[in-house]
Design a binder for this molecule. Structure first.
Ligand SMILES: Cc1ncc(COP(=O)(O)O)c(C=O)c1O
Length: 351
């Protein structure tokens, strides 16, 4: 089975399992698991923040951040396809009582002007209090699009001018850094809090770390407990995370190259109308008008290639640690069989 449904499907490598087996453990709810503490301070330090807190999922780190940054009745600004809005079970609304205003965006990336326009006038009692902006980098629903740090800086300035907090959903921030070439600390400096996932491209089985200033993380710890995210011998998971940070960042470029190889074939396939330019490890493509994405996904599955339909005629594939060159070759063979064939037109557009 070639599993391109998500980069969350990876299995721990032998080296990672070995690191887990030898982890020093304590009880993290009692505050004495040394491996969890090492992971939290390592991630915080990487991004230049004071403290971190390990959680079971990126959903929990995002939701805790939103909860700490806002008050019930506040309004959060994000893009329509943002994970925090679309794929976290309505958590912003249910957990924190916030409303949401969607910002116009290009593949999930919005501008400082869009933020400035969207902020409600605080002198008007009938308007919700806009208090938080959420940026996602890379943008999952935007096909792994990478933000330009210059725009993120402009948004930071707008947030400072308007008294807004800024949270980064950095589930795949290391994929973004590989492409953008900036230092993690430059990104960390722009945000009041950052969520980093260890279980996506980095290949750990479980875990996300929320980082920020020490008082913010102290509050986040309390909310984590309330949300049911306090874990006991979590050093087992933290050891996998530390191993992933040491061994699996430099190889992300391989996932990006492999995603590009698949996209190049798609872009010249009859029956594929458009491929979003690949920035990182996510491939999103549109089928020709009248096609059915679910039927296309089922046809690929019959060839052993698994991916997701994310719209009536839109499909997503994600490369990761467990997808090697042979898996890419097999995916390309399956695509050739499922589509009518590869265009021989030399002018066929590479979208
Ligand atoms: C951009 C983004 N943020 C947050 C999450 C949530 O992570 P988790 O599945 O660990 O809750 C995901 C999951 O895929 C994601 O893609």
């Amino acid at each position: 089975m070639i599993d391109l449904r998500s980069d969350t499907v990876t299995r721990p490598t032998p080296g990672m399992l070995d690191a887990m087996m030898h982890a020093r453990l304590g009880d993290d709810v009692l505050g004495d698991d040394p491996t969890v503490q090492a992971l939290e301070s390592h991630v915080a330090d990487l991004f230049g923040h004071e403290a971190g807190v390990l959680c079971p999922s990126g959903t929990m780190t995002n939701q805790i951040a939103i909860h700490v940054h806002t008050r019930p009745g506040d309004e959060v600004l994000c893009e329509e396809g943002a994970h925090v809005y679309r794929y976290e079970g309505g958590g912003m609304m249910a957990n924190s009582g916030c409303s949401v205003k969607h910002l116009p965006a290009d593949r999930g990336r919005f501008t400082a002007e869009a933020v400035a326009w969207a902020v409600n006038d605080r002198t008007q009692d009938y308007l919700a209090n806009t208090s938080l902006v959420v940026v996602e980098n890379t943008v999952n629903r935007g096909g792994g699009a990478v933000w330009d740090i210059a725009e993120a800086r402009r948004i930071r300035n707008t947030c400072d001018a308007q008294g807004l907090k800024m949270h980064l959903d950095g589930a795949r921030i290391f994929n973004a850094l590989e492409v953008e070439g900036t230092d993690a600390r430059q990104w960390g400096a722009l945000f009041d809090s950052v969520s980093i996932c260890l279980s996506k491209g980095l290949g750990a089985p479980v875990g996300s770390v929320l980082i920020g200033p020490a008082p913010f993380i102290a509050q986040a710890r309390r909310v984590r407990k309330r949300f049911g995210g306090g874990m006991r011998q979590a050093g087992l998971l933290a050891a996998a995370g530390l191993y992933a940070l040491e061994h699996h960042i430099a190889r992300l470029v391989e996932d990006h190259d492999r995603a590009r190889r698949i996209a190049e074939v798609l872009s010249v396939s009859n029956g594929c109308a458009r491929v979003l330019p690949v920035h990182t490890n996510i491939i999103i493509y549109d089928l020709a008008a009248g096609s059915d994405a679910k039927a296309h996904v089922a046809a690929l599955a019959a060839h052993g290639v698994h991916c997701f339909a994310i719209g009536p005629d839109q499909v997503r594939m994600i490369t990761h640690l467990d997808i090697d060159d042979a898996a890419v070759d097999a995916t390309i063979t399956a695509l050739r069989s499922v589509f009518d064939g590869i265009s021989t037109d030399p002018n066929s557009p590479i979208h």
